[in-house]
Design a protein. Structure first.
Length: 133
């Protein structure tokens, strides 16, 4: 990956077609999703987001992640160099019928959000034993 691609991937700004209702930048966080027999696990990078600035909503089989990073300086401080961008992170995913929405859990630590999406019992693979007469 060349330097231009890396910079683009680092913080990609979300561009919508609708009218903005809030000013400021909204970024698309990098997300990895893994699956095993028990659950799907979603890992999202949300640097600078704390528990108070994180909102995870579940509605109509959609899970939405919104993380907000406020200004890091106080009103009495004068900025000499500013490279850290503040704003919001937003991602939304559709959930399939195999997810047990009542058992979804989330953990935030060191700027990384981990969301565990357990599968419902009937969606888990199992082996069917065959009897012989």
């Amino acid at each position: 990956m060349n330097e231009k691609e890396k910079q683009f991937r680092d913080k990609q700004e979300l561009k919508g077609t609708g009218e903005p209702t809030k000013t400021g930048l909204t970024f698309i966080p990098a997300v990895d999703i893994y699956e095993n027999e028990e659950a799907l696990t979603m890992i999202a990078e949300l640097p600078g987001v704390d528990q108070e600035g994180l909102h995870i909503d579940l509605k109509d089989n959609q899970i939405s992640i919104l993380g907000e990073v406020g200004e890091l300086t106080g009103p009495q401080e004068r900025i000499l160099l500013k490279e850290f961008e503040t704003g919001r992170y937003y991602r939304q995913f559709s959930l399939s019928d195999v997810i047990d929405q009542n058992r979804i859990s989330a953990h935030l630590g060191n700027g990384v959000l981990k969301v565990v999406l357990p599968k419902i019992e009937k969606a888990k693979p199992r082996r069917i034993e065959v009897s012989v007469e």
